[in-house]
Design a protein. Structure first.
Length: 114
């Protein structure tokens, strides 16, 4: 593990965005410029006022499948309105999401750190 992974979050790639709606939009890939195996952390911000079911995957198809609304169990990660969180996934992951209602813009920044 990268020793900087325990330090403050540092961006290691361009921020990407998608607008979550009632159906998942085309997934976006957050390219990480760190050497392979050195990172895989992402700052994720739900800038909207509605819950978003975040789908993540190593392919766009997997990310879309993982964004299904959760009724009893599922692979989506609930993002509360206005929430920002740092999570770890595979390098160069794909992201998309389904909004509980209306729409919400979600930003994803690849990086390293907490």
């Amino acid at each position: 593990m990268n020793p900087f992974a325990q330090g403050p979050f540092s961006p290691c790639g361009k921020t990407v965005a998608f607008t979550a709606a009632s159906t998942a939009p085309t997934p976006v890939q957050a390219a990480n410029y760190e050497p392979a195996g050195m990172s895989g952390q992402y700052l994720i911000v739900n800038s909207g006022t509605v819950l978003v079911y975040l789908g993540v995957g190593s392919t766009s198809t997997q990310a879309t499948a993982n964004s299904a609304k959760i009724t009893t169990s599922g692979n989506a990660i609930p993002l509360l309105p206005g929430q920002s969180v740092i999570l770890s996934f595979g390098m160069n992951s794909y992201f998309t999401g389904v909004a509980d209602s209306s729409t919400s813009v979600v930003f994803v920044t690849p990086g390293s750190g907490l």
